[in-house]
Design a protein around this ligand. Structure first.
Ligand code: MG
Length: 158
């Protein structure tokens, strides 16, 4: 068995007229994340971190945005598909640590709900997934509320 680390990053624009999906849940907000899928940049960063640890490229290679099958797909479905790759190798995730960078909405009150969705998909208990949220202190595009970003690190055993 080998311990492998993976890192993932994603950023999506916030647009009027879309639902906001983040961390596998829908959050009440006036804008939503743009994207071919549901735009859930936290799950996309988790997927990229897992694929990095697996040495399997990135989310865009596995689920191309030119493929109509993935149009408006919930990112939880994409994550379940990547977990299949880990199961194939009889792998196990040890822990996942996430940072969400968003000026708004306030993420903290939704973290427990995100964990309740993500833990069963990742086969983790609540203490094995960290979800921290911070603002960008008003700086740049994220600070102006134009986008939300996520950074994720994972440790897996293969
Ligand atoms: Mg993305």
């Amino acid at each position: 068995m080998r311990i492998k680390i993976g890192i993932g990053y994603d950023i999506h624009r916030l647009l009027e007229g879309r639902k906001l999906y983040l961390g596998g849940i829908e959050l009440p907000f006036s804008k939503g994340l743009a994207g071919h899928s549901d735009g859930d940049c936290l799950i996309h960063a988790i997927i990229d971190a897992l694929l990095g640890a697996l040495g399997r490229g990135d989310i865009g290679q596995l689920f191309p945005d030119s493929d109509p099958r993935y149009r408006n797909i919930r990112s939880t479905e994409l994550l379940e598909s990547v977990m299949g790759l880990i199961r194939e190798k009889k792998g196990k995730i040890h822990n996942v640590d996430c940072i969400i960078i968003a000026e708004a909405p306030v993420i903290g009150p939704h973290v427990d709900s995100m964990k309740r969705v993500l833990c069963p998909i990742l086969y983790l208990v609540e203490n094995d997934i960290g979800i921290k949220a911070k603002t960008n202190e008003g700086l740049g595009a994220i600070g102006r509320g134009e986008a939300i970003a996520a950074i994720v690190q994972v440790l897996i055993e293969l």
